[in-house]
Design a protein around this ligand. Structure first.
Ligand code: SAH
Ligand code: SF4
Length: 410
């Protein structure tokens, strides 16, 4: 765990809040941050304005990271005044941020009113043959209802869906963090890839996630390549089919077990949509559109749990299961959390599992666990910040009680 970070002091918190766009008290204002282009075009038309204004405003927000309408110089003063009165551009509040020496960045956001809830976002840089990447792992819900047995988000239960603004706000903030001090005109987006692999099940917050991904792909906003936006799901089968109709992005599936008996235990949604249905849905998702599509293969995520799903027979079952599905397999060493009922498979075990799959012709990688030093696994940083907040609250109560005693004595 990086020492730089985790002593999230009050100053951290204040600095983080100061770098966020102003948090206005006018809750009734319409937040433009989360609107997709069709939604914003409709909004402008309803205001009696030309719909091309939507594209202009979106560029200011998502390409120049401007939150003050006064800075939107290609928009008339009159319209700017009107927008100022009824709209705002507001990212979720950052309560903790952590920039590690290896380039990994993490944020904890407070979403909702009052004390709200906490969600996390992680940015992981990487170099590969295509150049340097910055991959942002975005959350879609506070907690998760699906309760996978190895997942700390699942253990928190489901609290609520994130709004479109809260989802796209994570990408906005990650990009903005590289250019707070850069003049508006020179600002460029830094995040190259997005994976919907943070907290929550994105397909159970379908509309908000879909619209947020549309903003990611939109040339008037982030203009990301469809192959660089990946949605990860534990297997909500009907929604996989709907996704195939609505947008062209890459799909990752959290498989984690190769037979229904074990998957029922690890990923309980398997009881509703068992493996045969899931694999068939993945096959349907794979494009008829060939090379033009982001859907040339499905990424299969497989968390390696010591003695549970890492036997040679599981590798053999996986070979059979995936034989007719173009896929790339990503083995994820389990990231332990307090009271987790599992351990991480040994390095040797993971390597021999990989070898079996590679020998059978699969592309199979092992996820780097570098993020460990700052708890990169889903849901874990939030746990820490929540603990710290709780400790701070307990401390405040203790001080207040002592003050009360002193007052009553004196
Ligand atoms: N709900 C979605 C996306 C969020 S989880 C899904 O399940 O796909 C993102 C990935 O992290 C999933 O593959 C999930 O199984 C994995 N994951 C969750 N807890 C983990 C842990 N403790 N160690 C390693 N991977 C974990
Ligand atoms: Fe939810 Fe994904 Fe965690 Fe399962 S692994 S509990 S679906 S966030």
């Amino acid at each position: 765990m990086s020492t730089e970070v985790l002593a999230a002091s009050a100053t951290d918190v204040q600095q983080a809040s100061a770098s966020a766009p102003a948090q206005s008290a006018t809750a009734e204002k319409v937040n433009l941050l989360g609107m997709s282009r069709p939604q914003m075009e409709k909004f402008f038309e309803d205001l009696g304005e030309k719909k091309f204004r939507a594209g202009q405003v979106m560029k200011w927000i998502h390409q120049f990271f401007v939150t003050d309408f006064a800075e939107m110089t290609n928009i008339s003063g009159k319209l700017r005044e009107k927008l100022e009165k009824i709209c705002e551009i507001k990212a979720p509040e950052v309560v903790h941020k952590n920039y590690s020496k290896d380039g990994t960045r993490k944020w904890v956001f407070r979403v909702g009113d009052g004390e709200g809830s906490l969600v996390e976002t992680v940015l992981i840089p990487a170099e590969d043959k295509t150049g340097s990447r910055k991959t942002l792992c975005i959350s879609s819900q506070v907690g998760c209802a699906l309760d996978c047995s190895f997942c700390s988000t699942g253990k928190q239960g489901f609290q609520r869906d994130l709004t479109q603004a809260e989802i796209i706000g994570q990408l906005w903030m990650a990009n903005y963090s590289y250019m707070e001090d850069v003049p508006v005109i020179e600002r460029e987006r830094s995040v190259t890839n997005v994976v919907m692999m943070g907290m929550g099940e994105p397909l159970l917050n379908y509309d908000a996630v879909l619209n947020a991904m549309r903003i990611m792909l939109d040339d008037f906003a982030y203009g990301m390549s469809k192959r660089r936006v990946t949605l990860s799901s534990s297997g909500v089968v009907p929604k996989i089919d709907q996704l195939a109709q609505d947008i062209d992005v890459a799909l990752a599936i959290s498989l984690h077990a190769t037979n229904n008996e074990l998957r029922d235990e690890l990923v309980p949604i398997n009881k509703k949509y068992p493996l045969e249905q899931l694999i068939a849905a993945c096959q349907r998702y794979i494009g008829k559109d060939g090379n033009e599509s982001a859907r040339k293969h499905v990424t299969i995520e497989y968390v390696m749990l010591d003695g549970v799903n890492d036997h040679p027979e599981h590798a053999q079952q996986m070979i059979k299961l995936l034989k007719n599905l173009p896929s790339k397999i990503n083995l994820i060493p389990f990231n332990p959390f307090p009271h987790a009922p599992y351990g991480r498979s040994s390095r040797n075990r993971i390597i021999s599992f990989q070898k079996t799959l590679s020998d059978a012709g699969f592309v199979c990688t092992i996820r780097q666990t570098r993020g460990d030093d700052i708890d990169a696994a889903c849901g874990q940083l939030v746990g820490q910040v929540a603990d710290r907040t709780r400790r701070a609250e307990q401390w405040k109560k203790k001080v207040a009680a002592q003050n009360e005693i002193i007052r009553s004595q004196g």
